[in-house]
Design a protein around this ligand. Sequence first.
Ligand code: HEC
Length: 146
Amino acid sequence: MTRNRLCLVVALVAAAMTLACAADAVDAGGASSVETAPTVTSDAPAPPTTAAALAIPDGAAVYQQYCAECHGVDLRGTDKGPSQLSIIYEPNHHGDYAYRVAIREGTREHHWWFGDMPPVEGITDLEIEKVISYIRAEQERLGFEQ
Ligand code: HEC
């Protein structure tokens, strides 16, 4: 083998190795882009599947945040406010409208001796509707105190 031929063979081998390495790199790149795909797409918001993801307030949580302090964690009242299960709060006597007004504007002491109910600060309209639904559902589930 002449020296020129040897050089040609070496050059061909080198070229073949370069091609093989390039192919590996493409494979590795392909594989790693598949692996990182979830990371790349995780910037997109997840599909909203729960009430929390849709930012719909949970009535029970709203009640605990804004009402439980006076009306009791179990709705049965405290020394600061009456039980929401009192028969006087059944829907025909205190309709949902009375709830909205009481929550937004507060109410003067008139049925009980706990003092006035102050307006509930910081509650949104949607939270008001959710908390009323929650209280109505609990009144139905637990029954009214006679
Ligand atoms: C700081 C205490 C306090 C908080 C907080 C409070 N209440 Fe009251 N609430 C009262 C008191 C006291 C009364 C009773 C007034 C009376 O003598 O009739 C009352 C009465 C009511 C009434 C009857 C209103 C009427 O027309 O007679 C409703 C309905 C009511 N509360 C709902 C709620 C809801 C729902 C929340 C939470 C979003 C809430 N309250 C938070 C103290 C409170």
